[in-house]
Design a protein around this ligand. Sequence first.
Ligand SMILES: Nc1nc2c(ncn2[C@@H]2O[C@H](COP(=O)(O)OP(=O)(O)OP(=O)(O)O)[C@@H](O)[C@H]2O)c(=O)[nH]1
Length: 404
Amino acid sequence: MLKIPFRCSINNAKQAVVATFIALAFVISSVVAIATPITYDLVWNALFDVAMEQNEQQALKFEAFAKTSILQGEPAVGVIKQFQDIFQGSSYDPSNYVCLVDENGEVIAHPEMSFVGNVIDINYQLKQEALAAAKHAYVDISLITKNINADFSSSNQPSRSVVKYTEDGYMEAIYQYPLPDIDATLWIHIDVAVLDQKTEKVMMAIGAVIIPALLIMIAIGTFAVRIVERSFESKLEKQARTDGLTGLANRRHFDDQLEVEWKRAFRKGGSVSLAMLDIDYFKLYNDNYGHQAGDEVIQQVAHCLNMKVQRSSDTVARYGGEEFAIIMVDCTEQEAALFMQRLVISIEELQLLHAYSSCSQYITCSLGIATLKATEDVDHSMLLRLADNALYRSKAKGRNNLCS
Ligand SMILES: Nc1nc2c(ncn2[C@@H]2O[C@H](COP(=O)(O)OP(=O)(O)OP(=O)(O)O)[C@@H](O)[C@H]2O)c(=O)[nH]1
């Protein structure tokens, strides 16, 4: 009776939990989606400003250096040596940012320069790296490198390209200086890859917080859903075994319990007693007092049985309609009969008025009881039959009594 609405409430609760977490995930994702670019921009802009400033300082330094060194017509080796000295210890490692390119944008090494350490010692790998970089981020290299003669004759001033972004978001500042002693341009490329690394670190840090947070949220959500499910499952299980009107064990639980007790008694070589109890003239009660009042009588009788049958090993169940069943274990036939006899009296003592009963002015009940030793030859359905027959005899005897 209670099952269907109960199932609905389980589904509703599960849906509510799932919906809450989806909503939560959505809100967090939205916040992250909105916050990430803003954070990214803020971080980027902040780092960019710093980098720009650094770059600007480097550029000024370099211009000062270039004006004195290159204009004096120093050989390339000297220029680069000076450059290295000036920028050593700065955030830029000159060996990474200085190389020589010819007018085609090819990285070259000059024999005279080989002693100037990293900068000049452009090995195959470094050259490949420079070329690879040129293909991607530094697309303008070959365009800005010019023949030394043209440049040198027109102006001794170093030309400094505009600091700009590349497609990848890198910022680059390109300086080109014609070198007086070789047919090449000293090309100095100060990029701010460092900026990107910092940004990546920040983004990774953000990811390091957000992703675990999302995972934890999913884990907690799953766990919460499981807990809710379990609690509903156990409630559902309990509901499925409980009679909705009286709260007693229902027929299903009774059947299972009788089988369990029967098997236990068989193992222990014991017996099981079973009492079947039926309210007398209940149809007449219903007809005259109404179905609602009938329900209340059933509830009161059930309550009385529950109060009297206190041993945890015993089971009181609503067998159906106005019929109840009591399983008793670990007691003799006489003890069970005596106990049930008192129960019959207790129910009449409830003094639930029944003016249409032929055996009392109050609600009474008839009771059939059977006790059977659990052996290989018989099973618990025999016990049920015996108790039922006893109940039938009790009714036949005039009701409000007990037969065994
Ligand atoms: N109010 C109410 N009545 C019920 C319920 N279940 C069964 N009944 C009624 O119980 C009555 C049982 O009637 P009968 O089987 O004829 O038994 P009785 O009138 O008690 O007669 P005896 O058992 O021979 O004394 C029927 O009228 C059923 O409708 C219930 O849950 N609530």
